[in-house]
Design a protein around this ligand. Structure first.
Ligand code: F6R
Length: 608
């Protein structure tokens, strides 16, 4: 979703801005722009479409100056046109904004009545005009910004320039992330740490309802009552290589291929084979609490939600406790029954998903303990939960989530293991799970090694416009996730069913135009699934099967068989998911879609 970068320092601002915008391209956007102050005026250049369009325009007419802001916009109010792109200007004030100003219609009416005119359809231009009007009665830029924000309902990550204050950039946050990057000579402002990697590793995360006044090499933070706030500077451990393609054609493929390492990183230092358990330092739950938990409640969106559906099956088996899993956008607006001693779990790659964050706040309002299973360090979810587990999967740049999904499931297994062992899970079973987790990176590698075969199958099946993914038990959530990957990456209609549901309706769809991805490794339900496979073959469905190494009988059904190693029930679904990730990737390449930034999608959905 939208990205913000700002710079004030000794260097030219423009290269920093363009570099920062490029680093945030992965978030999804449809227009981009920059503004730089020079000699008492702020010059703005913006373009619809890709940053390359903006960069070409700036090549012919570069902007010079040491103070500037940049933005990638994902359209919410108004079409993705150049006019609606940010930055927006009102007189001497120029702003970039992430989030939504909910009362912008009322604000616009008041400003219009006072004589203001508007060029764009955006809520952001209204905010720019509001700030500009407040500069007439407030001496400092931060006071004007504060006065304007006190009238605003909604969310904002906001950065403001004023021609008349070239030595100051003001940033403000409510519900949309912003951080400051610090060096002795410069201050960077960004909505995403990837934008400033390589410039500095010292950052300050702004909290909601805070305003930062940034100057070259210094900053001050105030709250919405204009009181000074102290902030801890933290070190971010991100390397440039982590946000580069490292020789791969796409980030998606890179992130799929690096899973043996990211799995090891998620598990590192957390497994205890001797006691058949895990050690998670950050849960912040007293050990006697484990005995009093009555149920778990997992809330998440999209892929993270599907990881929750799989995590539910594992955690219920390990702890003997019920696990409810809810889509965050639904949970936040209904009257969910949250019984005493429920442990809330919030699963999120970005830690910024608006619905997930709102659900977390709802859980806290209801007084339950919350855990965050989050990838992005310092993100809003990570900072608001009572405790949690960082995924340590590294930056996930491709919009479609792959390695983070795997780590989300692993983090849930680790939570289930620690709480399960404190309750009813036997040491024998605990040890078997730990051993399986330790074996997982090598097993995943063995599936990844079959990528050429998966590519060939994808080439054969890529012309099909509709797909059904089938699996039972723990393989049903994997089927859901596999279908989502195909939809997102290849724009192929795909749905998923528990295989046993086939005869209750979806079998009507099966003919030789339907791709059926059948998850059929050796599990306790293998024989039960066999009849569904027969029914699909009888109706001419185009099969691709994921089966267990050595199961030659599958080739009677189709040549499109991908084998995964035999595995423990807790790791088998993760292995079965790997071919589905690669399949979606190769079908997407075959169909020529924008693999890393699929149309209409954003990486981090920070608006409702
Ligand atoms: C799918 C995908 C989305 C996200 C969802 C939640 O590939 O990326 O469905 O999983 O938007 O995002 P996070 O995990 O950042 O909360």
């Amino acid at each position: 979703m939208c990205g913000i970068i700002g710079y004030i320092g000794k260097d030219q601002a423009l290269p920093v801005l363009i570099n920062g915008l490029r680093r945030m391209e992965y978030r999804g956007y449809d227009s981009a722009g920059v503004a730089v102050i020079n000699d008492g005026t702020t010059a703005v250049t913006k373009r619809s479409g890709k940053i390359a369009n903006l960069a070409t325009a700036l090549d012919t007419r570069p902007l010079t100056g040491h103070t500037g802001i940049g933005h990638t916009r994902w359209a919410t109010h108004g079409a993705p046109t150049e006019l609606n792109a940010h930055p927006h200007q009102a007189g001497h004030v120029t702003i970039v904004h992430n989030g939504i100003i909910e009362n912008y219609v009322a604000l616009k009416a008041t400003l219009t009545a006072a004589g203001a005119t508007f060029a764009s359809d955006t809520d952001t231009e209204v905010l720019a005009r509001l700030i500009e009007s407040e500069t007439k009665t407030h001496k400092s830029l931060e006071a004007a910004v504060l006065a304007a924000l006190l009238q605003v309902e909604g969310t904002f990550g906001l950065v403001v320039l004023d021609d008349r204050h070239p030595d100051t950039v003001v940033a403000a946050r409510r519900g949309s992330p912003l951080l400051l990057g610090l060096t002795p000579e410069a201050t960077y402002i960004a909505s995403d740490a990837t934008a400033i990697i390589g410039y500095t590793d010292r950052v300050v995360y702004l909290d909601d309802d805070e305003i930062a006044v940034c100057r070259p090499g210094s900053y001050a933070v105030i709250d919405f009552e204009a009181k000074a706030k102290e902030h801890e500077e933290v070190e971010i451990k991100l390397e440039l290589a982590a946000i580069e393609k490292s020789g791969y054609d796409h980030f998606l493929l890179k992130e799929i291929m690096e899973q043996p390492r990211t799995i090891a990183d998620t598990l590192r230092g957390r497994l205890d084979l001797e006691n058949g358990t895990s050690h998670l330092g950050g849960l912040n739950l007293p050990p006697d609490y484990y005995q009093t938990i009555s149920r778990f409640l997992t809330v998440a969106c999209g892929t993270a939600y599907y990881s929750g559906l799989l995590g539910k099956l594992f955690i219920e088996r390990m702890t003997g406790l019920p696990v409810d899993v809810e889509v965050a956008s639904e949970f936040r607006y209904r009257n969910p029954v949250v019984v005493t001693n429920t442990l809330g779990m919030v699963v999120s790659q970005s830690g910024e998903t608006a619905d997930t964050l709102a659900s977390l706040r709802e859980m806290k309002r209801r007084g339950i303990s919350t855990l965050g299973l989050v990838n992005v360090v310092g993100s809003s979810v990570a900072r608001e939960v009572d405790g949690g587990v960082y995924l340590h999967a590294g930056p996930e740049i491709s919009v479609a989530s792959t390695k983070a999904y795997t780590s989300q499931v692993l983090a849930q297994i680790l939570v289930g293991l620690q709480i399960g062992r404190a309750r009813s899970l036997s040491i024998t079973e605990g040890k078997a799970i730990v051993q399986a987790l330790q074996d997982l990176p090598a097993q995943v590698q063995s599936v990844l090694d079959q990528r050429d075969k998966i590519k060939a199958i994808a080439k054969k099946l890529a012309h099909l416009n509709s797909a059904m993914y089938l699996g039972r038990d723990t393989l049903f959530p994997v089927a859901l996730e596999g279908a989502l990957k195909l939809k997102e990456c290849a724009y192929v209609h795909a749905e998923a069913y528990p295989a046993g549901e086939l005869k209750h309706g979806p079998i009507a769809l099966v003919d030789d135009n339907l791709l059926v991805v059948f998850l059929h490794p050796k599990t306790a339900l293998y024989d039960k699934s066999q009849s569904s496979l027969e029914q699909i073959r009888a109706r001419g469905g185009q099969l691709m099967i994921v089966g267990t190494e050595g199961d030659q009988s599958l080739t009677d059904f189709t040549d499109n068989v991908i084998y995964i190693p035999e595995a423990n029930p807790y790791t088998l679904p993760l292995l079965a998911n790997i071919p589905l990730q690669l399949f979606a990737y190769y079908v997407a390449c075959e169909r020529g879609t924008d693999v890393d930034q699929p149309r209409n999608l954003a990486k981090s959905v920070t608006v409702e």
